[in-house]
Design a protein around this ligand. Sequence first.
Ligand SMILES: NC(=O)c1ccc[n+]([C@@H]2O[C@H](COP(=O)([O-])OP(=O)(O)OC[C@H]3O[C@@H](n4cnc5c(N)ncnc54)[C@H](OP(=O)(O)O)[C@@H]3O)[C@@H](O)[C@H]2O)c1
Length: 270
Amino acid sequence: MSKFTVPGMTTKEEPRRRTAVVTGAATGIGAAITERLAGQGMDVVLVARDGARLEAAAERLRAEHGVQVSTLALDLSHPGAPSRLAEWLAGAGTEVDMLVNNAGVAFREPVVDSTPVRMRGLVDLNAGAVAELTALLLPAMVARGRGAIVNIASTGAYAPAAYLAAYAASKAFVLSFTQGVWAETRGTGVRVVAVSPGPTDTAMGMGRIRGKRAPGSVADTVMSALRGRGPAVVDGRLNALQTWVFGRLLTASAAARLTERFLRRSTHGG
Ligand SMILES: NC(=O)c1ccc[n+]([C@@H]2O[C@H](COP(=O)([O-])OP(=O)(O)OC[C@H]3O[C@@H](n4cnc5c(N)ncnc54)[C@H](OP(=O)(O)O)[C@@H]3O)[C@@H](O)[C@H]2O)c1
């Protein structure tokens, strides 16, 4: 695989170490992405709620890749948490070359069985924190004329989904938001891209779905998306086909009805 370089960075500037901030970095897709970035020699800042798990991941990365790793235990769904992260980074004098908005939650359930708190928490994390962190860290990247923001969306972003209604809507926000920011930042030297995994073998466990992809495959897609130019990339050919069928071929109401039929039994445990 060719070596990844942050868009806009020239080799003359190479002596300065590069830093990536990855949210949801200790497990699943975030851990795989972090592994790739550290493998390319980037220092990393790991953010998630479970501090002990972050520290264990940090130890592994330092030992395997010899990069600098910092951790911050933070619940990004809490009001003001993204600002706390930005202040913490500024206080440590960390220039952020890359932001990977990966932390997310999914609740597979009918909305009537959910709780207002769960709904709000999902939207605040999956959509709110992504927009807020982008707004906090993008200006310095644009001012420097280099950097990258990767937002992890989902194939669920491309059409409404029953029993994953808030999740699919939150990921539709991530996709659309990223596409807009991509257009705004073209020519600035900052790469902005949304990467959409389909069912992936992680703790998120979207239920009994066959053909889940490995987190490492998603991480490889992220690395190639960073070298690409477009605003959005879907991980895996079958997933790309699915987003085309659900997002382009079907009407939104047909897609919602179809997911209701597909997911009814496994959601209600029948
Ligand atoms: N797995 C799939 O099938 C799939 C498909 C499409 C898209 N995705 C997306 O991929 C991303 C990563 O998910 P994953 O599959 O790798 O699942 P995962 O292993 O459960 O990872 C989610 C990460 O987010 C962190 N997190 C959760 N709530 C948080 C909060 N309130 N504040 C800060 N961090 C929080 C978790 O760490 P803590 O618990 O320590 O906070 C965890 O490290 C998500 O955005 C997800 O929507 C996954």
